[in-house]
Design a protein around this ligand. Sequence first.
Ligand code: SF4
Ligand code: SF4
Length: 117
Amino acid sequence: MTPTNHDFDCQACGACCSYSPEWPRFSTEVDADLDRIPEKFVAADLSGMRCDGARCSALVGYVGIATACAVYALRPEVCRACVPGGDDCLMARRGLGLDGVVASASAAPTRTASERG
Ligand code: SF4
Ligand code: SF4
């Protein structure tokens, strides 16, 4: 069965947030919005989110089990553009070995594409 958006639960995933240190880069954000992101989560060269290895420092929890974004309301545009079931999402999930994992009916509330994007 081909997964649909409703099969992906971002709060039980976090793959796109831990896929690559090149991922959560700043792009079209305005400075005023970037200034609201706590400094501890921002890369030293201000190019994007600070990562520990491939994982964004703002990601909380355990990838593939339970995750959250510590700066969700302030997250960069690239994070908003990554929607569950989209190409970037599928690439990240494949990279983390989560491509065959779908949310169960009893899982935590699913973050929808509109909430994510
Ligand atoms: S957008 Fe996709 S890869 Fe990112 S957290 Fe949600 S389900 Fe996982
Ligand atoms: S800022 Fe939030 S949504 Fe974006 S990569 Fe980091 S943890 Fe994920």
